[in-house]
Each structure stands twice: as structure tokens, then as C-alpha cells.
Design a protein around this ligand. Structure first.
Ligand code: ADP
Ligand code: ZN
Ligand code: ZN
Length: 803
């Protein structure tokens, strides 16, 4: 077995296949599938993923693997297969799919070190020579030493040493000293009896370990027994006790103590919903479920008890939660039930923290992972359930290359592991609900809220009428009065403002000129603090102009409403209201998000004002009023899902009110309250909305009736971009079936981003078995232009962002 099939880190069409390399004698038995290796490729030395180790090759002269980057594989057998599937279904290069599965730290520039875990006295001679009294040695020293990789690998297996990755310039890992007995308990007892009574401290220490023969932090031991290192030393010298060094994980959640929770007895509805899930866990059957339950109907409890069964069965669970819903409250629910068996993967963690969490999974130190999209690649090998909460969230679709959807990956992994996949939501996507109607997904329904609480009453306010009545503020009379009423009662209010379509742009009242980004074709956003205009797509910024650049009028000023502006006018309207504002600006700093929410939970404010990030996952008992300031701001995006998104968002936001004993109320302000998605959301009528929206989708031939593929062409030259797109459209017309609807070429809604022009072509189709082939062919045709002329071609088989 001296041949390795390797995917090389050169993302081009020609190199998108395994290459055979010879494994040098020194690495035979060391190199294994799923490891990263260094290989010569042309004149360079690059990284590659080993897919397979074999003794067959059809080539006679092979280059040799130069070195290994890992001594423990970073990809499991399953993930190697999964990467291939992602590559083939999303049309990305193999190497990009594998990179996407790994934590960032493994992609960054890093140095490696070998860490000693055992006492020096316990070391084999070879290791002792290598370490020479040190606890850590740079990895390069292994290469210079007489030790082979297979010897090191053996020592890793024995638990004597460990490889550590250290990001260049970043802090190294913390190690802590633990003390463990070096001899069996009965020997400890003998020694205890033989120790003279005067040696009080030593007897105390011995007695401690007779009672608790486990390892303990040295610091803690000394504290607990009120003694010093000096009294430990003789016991260590005689090897009655031993020192071990353990890495301290950078776990931001570990600091906190989580109160343990116990399972609730399930309600009848929950019981009915969970039974088929438990049955499929038990039978090791892959079943995709759609759990449709209104907010507060106890979905999370169903997840928790399903996971419990999986753990009891010795298997593992993956729970995906949208990034913005991955709040401390959410984490607490899982940590509270399963304690240190839970790893959390959150984008707010540093690369090092993420890597630590990932490694806990890799080493099987945890059995549950709760995380955002990329947690779907958790390297578990014995998965018993995969849960996707808020399955309708578009953040489950990766919008960067590779453009995978976590839901599809979950189902693929569920098939491999023969386990259920539970998609949960109060407002499922039309795609998922349609699949449930056809029994492709098994539908589970929770209709009632816990404690028979009803969904809060929603009142629609027509802002046009307010305007005609002379109210020019962004608060209707009703909303204002209700806010005042709640403050007086000591209850709390959540105010929601949609970020998109409601930004603070600068407009001249005289001539209508809007300040736009010179590179991106979108309005610049006014930032009051810095008195500057910023582009939200690229990093362009400029000072706020004092006169209009077009007509020189001095009536140029910001327009529209941002959270800052709302906060100001709220301050004027109700001066004694205490407000917490949550948006990208106030939550940029690490931990700010949690701090603000804690403040609100502690009732240090009356009003929580925020964007999308407050729409989900929050659960405050004292909130009795939710206000939506401009419900229709989402409705007019250039996106066929805008009605669906509006419905989902309004339902989510309303769910924030009256979650406990106090009844809740919702006020939705809108300029088009008669629109069906606003009206039906106010009645929580998902099924009517589903029917109505499905009709629209059918009429206009959109998903789920039709598949959609979006092809975007981008290049710095405008004419060239148009020309290429035109040719591609023609090529598609020639090669796809007559049933395929090919739209375009059209300029993308954001026609220019970072000095590149963007044109697109949309394909609607029901059945195009050759589509992937045709697209691959396109990439081949344009390979040279992509490599050499800075052309970009992106293909999205399941577009969510149509900008
Ligand atoms: P969802 O996830 O559907 O929004 P949750 O699981 O958060 O709903 O449940 C809402 C509330 O009801 C939570 O506070 C939860 O602890 C509580 N709860 C859930 N199931 C039960 C049960 N069977 N008995 C009592 N309380 C429950
Ligand atoms: Zn002007
Ligand atoms: Zn820009």
C-alpha cells in the first residue's frame, strides 16, 4: 500500500481529479485517507487531501509525497464521500468542498508543535531525547530528529504526546497541571498507614486520593487541602502521585455554570410528534421530518428529548440553529440539558475557539454539537439525529463558493447514518411544506402553544391614514400610546425595524439626487457618529456632503430610517423611556450581543429596538408589546421570495410577545396592510398563505414548481461582461431542452460591485438531466478566460439571494 490518491490544492478544472503519489518508505503506514499532505506539483510544493491509500496505479513514474501535515486524519471516510457529492451537486472543485468542511484554523497559516502530555520520567528514550526536559517542541525538530512519523503516531495513540496547531502570531494554548495517583488505591491505603502521623499534610493528601482517585487540578487540590507544592513534592518524587498536563480549551461558554434542566412530561401533541422520530432513531432508519409548530409550541423540547434517546443509544447529534438565533439563551437550553457533552460552533468565536470546539468533536469528547450552518460538517462518525431549527432561514444556504444548502447536506448525511433529519419551523419554506404534502418529508404538527397560551393579537395600522391625518412621525398614535402604557406598567416592549430597504440614505430635497457608492451602484448609508457615508458592500466611505453635488442646494440630508434615527425620535417622543438598540453597529464587539440582551432581561431598559437579529430566539417573559415599524419594507425587494420572507419575519417577530403568563400584543405598521402576506401573517394563517403563495409560484413558474438556476457573469469590462453573458445564453439555448426557460442576459440587480460588472441569466426548468453536464462544459469553454482574463462565472443551483 504505497500509493496515495490525492486531491491537490489547485482549484482549476484540469486539476479537479485525484492524482497518484508514491508514499515514501518513511511514511508508509503513516499516510491515511483524510490526512493532508505536502506534495510536489509542478515546480511548487502544495497541500493535498489524501482520499485513498492503495497499491495500484496505472502510472509508472510517480512523484513522492514529501511530508504529512496531519498525523490524525482531519476528514472521516464519510466526509470524503460527502465532499465528492457536494462538489458534484454544486459544481465546485473537490478541494473547495473539503476546505469548506474544516475549521478555519486548518486553512490559515500555522505552525505546528508537539506537546508532551506525560511526565518526563515516563518517557520512552526517544521522546526524552527529543524533548530534552521541555514540554513543547517545534514540529520541525521531529523532522530533524531520528524519530519517524510512525513512532510519533504510536506515541500519539498511547497518549504521551499530541500535535498542536498554532496560528502565526496568535497566543499558544494554555496548559494546566493536574495531579493523579500513580499507583492503585489499595497501595495508597498501605502507604497512608505507613506514613508517620507527624506528616500531616502528606496523610491529608493521601486520604484525599484514597477517597477521590481521579485527576484534579493541582491548583484546586492545593486550595482545597490548604497546602503547598512543597508537601506534594515528596509524593511526586516517590511516584505515588503523578503530574499530567492538560490543555485548557478556549471555551467561552465553559466559564458559566449552567443550571441543569430535566425533561418535561410531554404534552399529548408533543408525544404524538416525537413518537415517529423516536421510532426512526430506534430502527436506525433515515426519515426526513418536517416539524411544523407555532412559536412556543414546544419544538425545542421535542428536539431535546429526541437527542436524549440518541445519546442513550451511544450515538451523536447535530443541531443547526441560525446564526442570529444562536443566542446564549439557546445555548443554555442545550448545555442545561446535556452539560459538557455539548460543543457550540458559533461564528462569533475566534478561530482558535472554533478549532477547540471542533477538536472536541473529532476526539469524541462531546456527543452533541449546536451550531450555525457549517456545523453540519461536524466530524462525528455515529450520528443518530440531525436537527435543523428554523429550517426556513436563508442563512442555511452558503452564498459563497461552494454554494451548498445545509438542509441538503443534512439529508445526505442522514441517509449515510440511517438516522432521522428533523426540520423544524413555525413558517416552513414553501419547498419543504410542499414536500411534506407529497409525503417526501413526514409532517409532524404542533398547533397549540404551551400552557394554552394564545398567539398575541396582531393589530394592523395603515400608515397612509396616519400621514393623511397629519402624523408625520414614524410612530402611529396607537403604537405610541401602547408603548407609554407598557412603560407605566413596568412591562417591556420590543420594536422591530427591518434593516433592508430601510437604510439611511442621503437625498437632496431639491433635485432628488441620492448619494451612491461609486463602485457598487447602491445608496451609501449615513453614519451619524462619524458624520460619514459608507457603502455596505465594499469598504468605500466618504464625508457627508454639505451641499448637493448635482444642484448645489443645501437641503441635502439623510432620508429613510435606521435604528439610530428611530432611537432618537423615540427619545424625543417618550423622553423617559430607557432604550437598548441592537443592530450591527452596537453588537460589533465580541460579547456585546449577550451583554445587551442580559441588560434587557434584567429590566434595565423598557424598549429593545433592533433589526433582524432580535426577531428570533429571544424569550423574555416581561415583553407584552411588539411593534413592527415598516412591515412592507421587505415586500419590494427584487426577489420572488419577498412575500414569503415577509410572512416569515412578521410571524417570528410576533412570536416575541406574550411568551409567558402575561398576554402579548403586536402592532404592525404598514403602507400596504392589505397585502396577503401581511394580512395572513397577522392571523397566523400559514396554510392559507401557503395556498395563495403556491398559486402565485405556479403562475409565475417559480420554485417549488420549477427549479431555478442562476448564472452570474462578472468582469471589470462592461461590454465584455455583456458579450460573454449573451454567448452563454445562446449556448444554453442550444444545449438545454425546449422546456427549459432561459431568461437573460440581464444586468444583476446590483450591476456593479467592487468595480466589476455583473450580468446574469436565469434558468427555470422542471427536468433537465443534462444541466450539470452542460454547465461543466461551460466552465471548460471559459477556463482560460477565468484563469487569465479575470472572468468570473458563478452558478447557483438553488439561489436564495437574487441580487
Ligand atoms: P418552540 O421551540 O416551539 O418555540 P419551546 O420549546 O421554546 O417552543 O417551548 C416554549 C416554552 O414551553 C419553553 O419555555 C419550554 O420550556 C416550555 N415547554 C416545552 N415543552 C413543555 C412541556 N411538555 N411542559 C411544560 N413546559 C414545556
Ligand atoms: Zn440637489
Ligand atoms: Zn461600494
Amino acid at each position: 500500500m504505497n500509493i496515495a490518491r490525492v486531491i491537490v490544492d489547485v482549484p482549476t478544472s484540469q486539476t479537479n481529479r485525484p492524482f497518484d503519489y508514491k508514499i515514501p518508505d518513511s511514511l508508509i503506514g503513516v499516510v491515511a485517507p483524510g490526512m493532508r499532505v505536502i506534495i510536489p506539483f509542478g515546480p511548487r510544493k502544495i497541500m493535498g487531501f489524501v482520499l485513498e491509500v492503495t497499491d495500484q496505479t496505472s502510472f509508472t513514474r510517480l512523484k513522492k509525497i514529501q511530508d504529512v501535515m496531519d498525523l490524525t486524519p482531519v476528514l472521516t471516510h464519510e466526509l470524503i464521500q460527502l465532499g465528492r457529492w457536494i462538489s458534484e451537486t454544486t459544481l465546485c472543485f473537490y478541494v473547495s468542498a473539503y476546505q469548506a468542511m474544516l475549521p478555519q484554523l486548518l486553512k490559515a497559516k500555522y505552525e505546528k508543535e508537539l506537546w508532551l502530555l506525560a511526565e518526563h520520567e515516563d518517557l520512552t528514550e526517544d521522546l526524552e531525547r527529543l524533548f530534552g526536559g521541555r514540554g513543547v517542541v517545534p514540529y520541525e525538530e521531529i523532522e530533524a530528529s531520528s524519530l519517524s512519523y510512525s513512532q510519533i503516531q504510536k506515541r500519539i495513540h498511547e497518549g504521551l504526546v499530541e500535535v498542536h496547531y498554532k496560528v502565526k502570531g496568535k497566543e499558544t494554548k494554555k496548559k494546566e497541571t493536574y495531579i493523579v495517583p500513580g499507583i492503585p488505591s489499595h497501595r495508597l491505603e498501605e502507604i497512608y498507614h505507613d506514613t508517620p502521623k507527624q506528616a500531616k499534610k502528606q496523610r491529608l493528601i493521601l486520604a484525599f486520593f484514597i477517597e477521590y482517585p481521579d485527576e484534579i487540578l493541582q491548583k484546586k487540590l492545593l486550595e482545597e487541602l490548604k497546602t503547598t507544592r512543597a508537601s506534594l513534592k515528596p509524593l511526586l518524587d516517590k511516584e505515588i502521585l503523578k503530574t499530567v498536563y492538560k490543555e485548557v480549551y478556549r471555551d467561552p461558554y465553559q466559564q458559566r455554570e449552567y443550571e441543569r434542566t430535566t425533561p418535561f412530561p410531554l404534552t399529548e401533541e408533543q408525544q404524538e410528534a416525537i413518537e415517529p422520530v423516536l421510532a426512526s432513531i430506534e430502527d436506525k432508519r433515515h426519515v426526513p421530518f418536517l416539524l411544523h409548530g407555532v412559536t412556543g409550541s414546544g419544538k425545542t423540547e421535542v428536539y431535546l428529548q429526541s437527542i436524549q434517546q440518541v445519546l442513550d443509544d451511544g450515538r451523536e447529534a447535530i443541531v443547526l440553529v441560525p446564526e442570529i438565533a444562536l443566542t446564549p439563551q439557546m445555548v443554555e437550553r442545550f448545555k442545561g440539558r446535556f452539560g459538557s457533552r455539548v460543543a457550540v460552533l458559533h461564528s462569533a468565536l475566534s478561530a482558535g475557539e472554533k478549532f477547540d470546539e471542533w477538536r472536541k468533536i473529532q476526539r469524541k469528547e462531546v456527543q452533541v454539537v449546536v451550531g450555525a450552518r457549517s456545523a453540519i460538517f461536524a466530524p462525528f462518525e455515529n450520528i443518530g439525529i440531525i436537527i435543523i431549527d428554523e429550517e426556513h432561514e436563508s442563512s442555511y444556504k452558503q452564498e459563497d463558493y461552494p454554494r451548498y444548502h445545509a438542509r441538503d447536506v443534512a439529508i445526505e448525511r442522514g441517509k449515510y447514518h440511517h438516522c432521522p433529519v428533523v426540520l423544524g419551523s413555525a413558517t416552513p419554506t414553501l419547498e419543504s411544506f410542499a414536500r411534506a404534502q407529497k409525503d417526501v418529508y413526514k409532517l409532524l404538527t404542533l398547533k397549540k402553544r404551551m400552557n394554552n397560551a394564545s398567539m398575541p393579537e396582531v393589530e394592523l395600522v395603515d400608515m397612509r391614514k396616519e400621514l393623511h391625518a397629519g402624523n408625520r412621525s414614524m410612530f402611529s398614535i396607537q403604537l405610541r400610546e401602547k408603548i407609554e402604557d407598557r412603560i407605566q406598567k413596568g412591562e417591556q416592549v420590543v420594536l422591530f425595524l427591518n434593516r433592508r430597504g430601510y437604510s439611511t440614505f442621503v437625498m437632496c430635497r431639491d433635485c432628488g439626487e441620492v448619494k451612491e457608492c461609486p463602485h457598487c451602484d447602491i445608496a451609501l448609508t449615513y453614519h451619524r457618529k462619524a458624520e460619514r457615508l459608507k457603502c455596505h458592500y465594499c469598504s468605500h466611505e466618504e464625508p457627508m456632503p454639505t451641499i448637493c453635488p448635482s444642484c448645489e442646494s443645501d437641503t441635502i440630508r439623510y432620508f429613510g430610517t435606521g435604528t439610530q434615527k428611530v432611537e432618537e425620535s423615540l427619545n424625543q417622543l417618550i423622553p423617559d423611556a430607557r432604550i437598548i438598540r441592537m443592530d450591527v453597529d452596537t453588537t460589533r464587539r465580541k460579547g456585546a450581543h449577550e451583554r445587551l440582551l442580559t441588560k434587557f432581561a434584567d429590566k434595565e431598559a423598557d424598549i429593545l429596538l433592533g433589526t433582524q437579529m432580535i426577531a428570533k430566539g429571544l424569550d423574555f417573559g416581561n415583553v407584552t408589546l411588539v411593534g413592527v415599524l415598516a412591515a412592507d419594507s421587505l415586500l419590494h425587494l427584487p426577489d420572488f421570495r419577498s412575500s414569503e420572507k415577509t410572512f416569515q419575519l412578521l410571524t417570528q417577530v410576533s412570536g416575541r410577545a406574550g411568551r409567558h403568563t402575561l398576554p402579548g400584543e403586536v402592532i404592525v405598521q404598514s403602507y400596504t396592510p392589505e397585502h396577503y402576506s401581511i394580512e395572513m401573517a397577522s392571523q397566523y394563517d400559514f396554510e392559507s398563505f401557503y395556498k395563495k403563495e403556491m398559486k402565485m409560484r405556479k403562475t409565475f413558474r417559480y420554485p417549488p414548481y420549477y427549479f431555478l438556476t442562476l448564472l452570474t457573469v462578472s468582469h471589470p469590462n462592461h461590454l465584455y461582461t455583456m458579450d460573454v453573458t449573451q454567448k452563454i445564453v445562446q449556448f444554453l439555448r442550444d444545449h438545454l431542452s425546449d422546456q427549459a426557460i432561459i431568461l437573460g442576459p440581464t444586468p444583476s440587480p446590483l450591476t456593479r460591485i467592487k468595480d466589476r460588472y455583473r450580468y446574469q441569466c436565469m434558468i427555470k426548468y422542471r427536468n433537465e438531466p443534462t444541466l450539470h453536464k452542460v454547465m461543466n462544459r461551460l466552465f471548460q469553454i471559459y477556463e482560460d478566460a477565468i484563469q487569465q482574463k479575470d472572468l468570473q462565472l458563478t452558478i447557483d443551483f438553488q439561489p436564495y439571494q437574487l441580487m
